[in-house]
Design a protein around this ligand. Structure first.
Ligand code: ZN
Length: 164
């Protein structure tokens, strides 16, 4: 029942936002010099992404995402780059927490202030697609953890197998 019907079951406004990001993803140009390169896979759906960050201290000076997979996974990644371009690593960590709260229950902050992030809230009605929506964020989380452990450029690979 999920599959092709997902788009029909999402609220119209959310569906339009997700399809817009899927068809015209933001920040897709690969970075030649990245401090964080984080690859993510969702084997259940076949989604793949490569997320890159160029940092200036704590600031995300540039960001890139490219990949292939379902509309939810790719739109979620595009939304991530739009929200975090020019922001800080702390902003990134806070957004990861917020989207997980949103997918599993009630977010602790008003999500309307975070642009198109709200469009992903509709996905939580479809538990098998939550991994798709969280893929980019879980991948970012692993990349940031590795970055905080090591100096110099890091490269992580994450396989998303649970909805956590
Ligand atoms: Zn997917």
């Amino acid at each position: 029942m999920v599959g092709q019907n997902l788009h029909e079951q999402l609220d119209d406004l959310y569906r339009e936002v997700i399809l817009d990001h899927f068809r015209s993803p933001r920040h897709t140009a690969p970075l030649t010099e990245a401090d964080v390169t984080a690859e993510g896979f969702n084997p259940l759906c076949g989604d793949e992404i490569v997320l890159q960050l160029k940092l200036q201290g704590e600031k995300i000076a540039n960001i890139s995402i490219h990949g292939r997979g379902c509309s939810i996974s790719q739109a979620s990644g595009s939304i991530l780059t739009e929200l975090l371009y020019g922001k800080t690593l702390t902003d990134g960590t806070q957004l990861i927490t917020l989207i997980k709260e949103m997918m599993h229950g009630t977010p602790s902050q008003d999500i309307e202030q975070f642009g198109d992030l709200e469009a992903l809230a509709g996905v939580k009605k479809f538990p098998v697609r939550i991994k798709c929506a969280l893929l980019a964020w879980t991948t970012l989380e692993e990349g940031l953890k590795e970055h905080s452990r090591k100096k110099g450029p890091i490269h992580t690979k994450t396989e998303v197998t649970t909805n956590d």
